[in-house]
Design a protein around this ligand. Sequence first.
Ligand code: AMP
Length: 435
Amino acid sequence: MTFEDLKLQDSLLRAVKAEGYLTPTPIQAEAIPHVLAGRDVLGCAQTGTGKTAAFALPILQRLGDPPPHVRPVRCLVLTPTRELASQICEAFATYGRNTGLRQTVIFGGVGQDSQVSALRKGIDVLVATPGRLLDLMSQRMVSFHALEVLVLDEADRMLDMGFIHDVKRIIAALPCKRQTLFFSATMPPDIVALSRSILTNPVRVEVTPAATTAETVDQRVYLVDRASKRALLVHVLGDESLSRALVFTRTKSGANRVTRHLQEAGVEADVIHGNKSQNARERALESFNRGEIRVLVATDIAARGIDVEGISHVINFDLPNIPESYVHRIGRTGRAGAAGIALSFCDGEERAFLRDIERTIRRSVPVVEDHPYHSRSSGPSRSEAPRQPEPHRTHPRRGGHSRTSGPPAHSGPRSAPMPSASAPPSRDRYVPKWF
Ligand code: AMP
């Protein structure tokens, strides 16, 4: 399958080629023909699958040539975070660079003047976060009378972040006759209900089920006491193959503490989270992007929109209590088919989270024992002991359970060497246990 096979127009094919894309990703191959045909789409896809191009390319084609005089908004993309909004807007600019179509981004936390003047000049594609958009709509600064396409991106995240009422109010003000594309990494009942209320006879496109971890990501867990996590992080970062690491913490204050500790230990690190100003976040992202800092510490929501190429490692300093967040986090490395490594630090209190994650991703995450902070008390407890006692293993187990046998049973410490970025993970280590 090539981009030419998808019947994209020449101006878009040239842009895609200039980006170095050789073949469409699965979601692009599946979704592009439907969007081009004008169908509503319900897309279940996580970040890193290429879903932005899956909607941006066919939308640019459907919008056609820019109108000669007035430029009313014809496509609206709603997305939960400013970073994601900026990146989607950039993607439209990149893919549409030969089309003459104009796009702009609006989000809160910054002055509205430049956003309003961009809207006044006339734009074809508007990418927005819900709060600021509602604000501008109530000031009558933006009109959607000519809207043709609505995209809801990361709908589940909008729900998580409490934007769902804003989103519903915005949608209520849009023309009913339009094409709607709805993307979400997970499909909890509220999201299914919302999608049903706004989509007409949608095609369902599902590439990587939310419950599967990107195949190319090599995952490892370190069992460690909470008090030793920062020292372990510095120890792990002593390995230079961790060339660009994204470190996740659960809280903003935790992110600050970890960053300070790294800086004091001489590791170039910066932090992004919701309490940082837009400028500070952009600066940190830029330096991370340019390779001036090796480590970026982030909370889940702040990291949601990060699209930095070549993240060699994702480190879960804290394990998330929602397995889907784990899937999202590790999706930041190993993007679009590249190899990546995810390391998780698990203390005694996080064992239940690890079990939930393993149940969700349907594989057990090998334990790295070969480090000075290994904690046996952070390992599986007696009550979680193997269902069938097995000898100590030096390799992760495979197979052996039927699909109905439930979550992976830990068999004592599953030890694994520290993965190296230079040695791409071999996929057969990770035959899911339930299949
Ligand atoms: P997304 O899931 O839209 O955030 O895209 C993830 C990354 O994949 C971005 O950095 C894109 O530039 C890249 N990408 C998108 N489509 C392709 C493709 N067909 N081939 C290679 N890289 C791609």
